[in-house]
Design a binder for this molecule. Structure first.
Ligand code: HEC
Ligand code: HEC
Length: 420
């Protein structure tokens, strides 16, 4: 009797023990294939920053310091009130919480995050710029962003001894510029263009070179903005070490269920993949056009603009040898790119609402609702298929997306305006 009692007790303990194991959403639920997919998203997989041969000062510290000063300087704008940091705010993961950006006027697009942006081979939602330095020049001369121009910017640098010194350290002396005209650019208003045409060609060249260098310093600064390790990354790390206890302390069952959907049934990983959760490609996801605008042609127009840009990798202001401009020379170009936008990173996504190229979707719940229905695209076709997920599954996906946020892996000093 006594013997049987003890056996019974042991059996009961064993049953309870194993039942717990079965009931828990333990990491051992992942197949080898799933584990590989999960690991491919981890920040551990982030390679070192690719070099940018079109920008020979991309990784020079003094260049990044000059770029930081330019980044936060409102004097680079027509009304002296707008800086890059006005729209790309460090405290909001370098976004602005607006549907459409506001500079000297209201813009046409939603402000994307700049964290990890140096990994991107193309810039802007439609990829109309092929380098980070060429991108940085555009807002300076756009009438609703900084509304300045290259002559005024080079004049500002010339008038400030700090800038003179810093610029000389990286690029050599600033070019001398004429007292008049005040404002001139080959882009912009008729007056600005006329003023530009009145300059000698050698002056035009020297000004455009100094302007391109401003972009190169701004790019060097932005290369510092790197994503940090999130709760999701800690979970992946624990899975790799086969440490179930730590793994399950990192993510809740609901977050793990969301991850399962993300890499499986919901197929998010087909576009949002790799450690930045983007394939850096362009896709049509059927997002409604922006109010009062025609539907965006997206990448279809973007690649054409990039090819014709005098500041592109093959242009005279680039430091690259032409054979190094592989992205530009071999870019895909076909009708499937009509209405396609660049896949954004999902790192820090909980902090960068509203979403999509026009800020059309206010919350993550709205984004997931959109993918669940996958409406017809206004131009061409929506590449994402309807998901028909249940409300609880959408909440799980959202819970997972919220695990992808963490403070930047960037020294604090780069996140503030420089001291002097
Ligand atoms: C008025 C607000 C505003 C200002 C000022 C501004 N930006 Fe932007 N930025 C935007 C918007 C909006 C976009 C997306 C535009 C588009 O895709 O057509 C963008 C896009 C970018 C991108 C491309 C991101 C990507 O995902 O491809 C980079 C890089 C960038 N800005 C850096 C800068 C720098 C550097 C400055 C200062 C010289 C600057 N921005 C000034 C609003 C602004
Ligand atoms: C066919 C490729 C593709 C698939 C599949 C896909 N996405 Fe996207 N995602 C994109 C593109 C492209 C955009 C930008 C679209 C735009 O702005 O018009 C985007 C935008 C987003 C945004 C907004 C990002 C921002 O900064 O504004 C979120 C969040 C998002 N996707 C999450 C998901 C989730 C979750 C899934 C799975 C349910 C998913 N995506 C499936 C390509 C895709």
């Amino acid at each position: 009797m006594r013997k049987l009692g003890i056996t019974g007790l042991m059996l009961a303990v064993a049953i309870v023990f194993f039942w717990n194991f079965i009931a828990l959403p333990a990491p051992r639920d992942w197949s080898a294939e799933q584990l590989e997919l999960i690991r491919s998203l981890s920040i551990e997989q982030l390679p070192p920053l690719p070099s940018d041969t079109s920008n020979r000062v991309a990784d020079i510290e003094a260049s990044a310091e000059l770029g930081q000063q330019l980044y936060f300087d409102t004097r680079l704008s027509g009304n002296r009130a707008v800086a890059c940091a006005t729209c790309h705010k460090p405290e909001l993961m370098f976004t602005d919480a607006l549907e459409l950006a506001v500079g000297t006027g209201i813009g046409l697009r939603n402000t994307p995050s700049l964290v990890g942006i140096a990994y991107s081979p193309w810039y802007y939602w439609d990829g109309r710029k092929d380098s980070q330095w060429a991108q940085a020049l555009a807002p300076l001369e756009t009438s609703h962003e900084h509304a300045s121009d290259r002559l005024q910017i080079v004049r500002l640098l010339n008038s400030d001894t700090g800038y003179q010194r810093r610029y000389a350290e990286v690029f050599g002396d600033l070019p001398a510029i004429p007292v008049s005209p005040i404002s001139a650019s080959p882009l912009g208003s008729n007056e600005q263009q006329e003023a530009w045409n009145s300059l000698e060609q050698t002056q035009q060249q020297a000004i455009s070179w100094a302007f391109a260098n401003v972009g190169k310093a701004l790019a060097a600064y932005q290369r510092k903005l790197m994503p940090g390790s999130t709760r999701f990354d800690a979970y992946t790390e624990a899975l790799t070490q086969s440490d179930e206890v730590v793994a399950n302390a990192m993510l809740t069952p609901s977050e793990i269920a969301g991850l399962r959907l993300f890499i499986g049934e919901a197929q998010c990983i087909s576009c949002h993949n790799g450690p930045l959760l983007t394939n850096h490609e362009f896709h049509n996801t059927g997002v409604l056009s922006i109010a009062d605008q025609l539907p965006s042609m997206g990448r279809y127009d973007g690649i054409r603009i990039a090819r014709n840009d005098p500041f592109n990798c093959l242009g005279e202001f680039s430091d690259a040898i032409p054979s190094a401009c592989v992205e530009l020379r071999f870019a895909r170009d076909d009708n499937s790119l009509v209405g396609a936008q660049k896949t954004p990173t999902l790192r820090n996504i909980s902090m960068t609402a509203p979403y999509m190229h026009g800020g059309q979707l206010a919350t993550l719940a709205d984004v997931l609702e959109h993918y669940n229905e996958a409406p017809l695209s206004m131009l061409s076709h929506n590449e994402a298929k309807p998901l028909a997920l249940r409300p609880v599954q959408l909440r799980q996906l959202e819970a997972f997306l919220r695990t992808l946020t963490a403070p930047l892996a960037t020294e604090e000093k780069w996140l503030l305006p420089p001291a002097n």
